[in-house]
Design a binder for this molecule. Structure first.
Ligand code: ZN
Length: 168
């Protein structure tokens, strides 16, 4: 159960809210439904399409949490669970410049890595190995936090999250 994706009036992904909350917002005409799940939500008084993506009718200014420091789930979501060295399934995060060599715990120094690459690299710099980074790491787009909050991303959300990813 992923909940409902809330977009700003400008279509930027903002948050994930529980289905009941989204239905209240729709009934109060604070949001419009863009996508529904295909299921119905029934209560005593009404039966409505279960929302999947809604959009605020009025723009709200939300400062994005770009200052959030990297954590494992955030880094794995940003890198789509792909090892940035070999392209395999990543379960760990690696400091590109190892912490023992002065590397920081910052978005531009952490990447998703599989156990094999992470273990193989040890406390060396990339240039001291035969490994190559797929791309230089950087701060995640806001949609990363949506993915982390939801746990999984329903297919109805994908176009809205990828649009955000392109502009970030
Ligand atoms: Zn790997």
């Amino acid at each position: 159960m992923a909940g409902v994706l809330v977009l700003n009036a400008t279509f930027e992904p903002l948050a994930v809210v529980p289905t009941r909350r989204a239905i209240c917002l729709i009934l109060a005409e604070k949001v419009e439904m863009l996508e529904h799940s295909g299921r119905l939500v029934r209560s005593e008084r009404l039966s409505v399409d279960e929302p999947s993506v809604v959009r605020l009718s009025r723009y709200v200014h939300v400062p994005y949490p770009t200052h959030r420091s990297p954590n494992r789930r955030g880094v794995l979501a940003r890198d789509a669970h792909q090892c940035q060295y070999c392209g395999g399934l990543a379960e760990t995060i690696d400091h590109v410049v190892p912490r023992s060599r002065g590397g920081g715990h910052t978005w531009d120094n952490v990447v998703a890595a599989c156990r094999r690459c992470n273990g193989g690299k040890r406390d060396r710099l990339v240039g001291e190995t035969t490994m190559r980074l797929a791309r230089p790491p950087g701060p995640p787009p806001p949609s990363t936090w949506i993915e982390v909050a939801a746990g999984s991303v329903p297919h109805t959300w994908t176009p809205y999250l990828t649009a955000d990813r392109r502009s970030a």
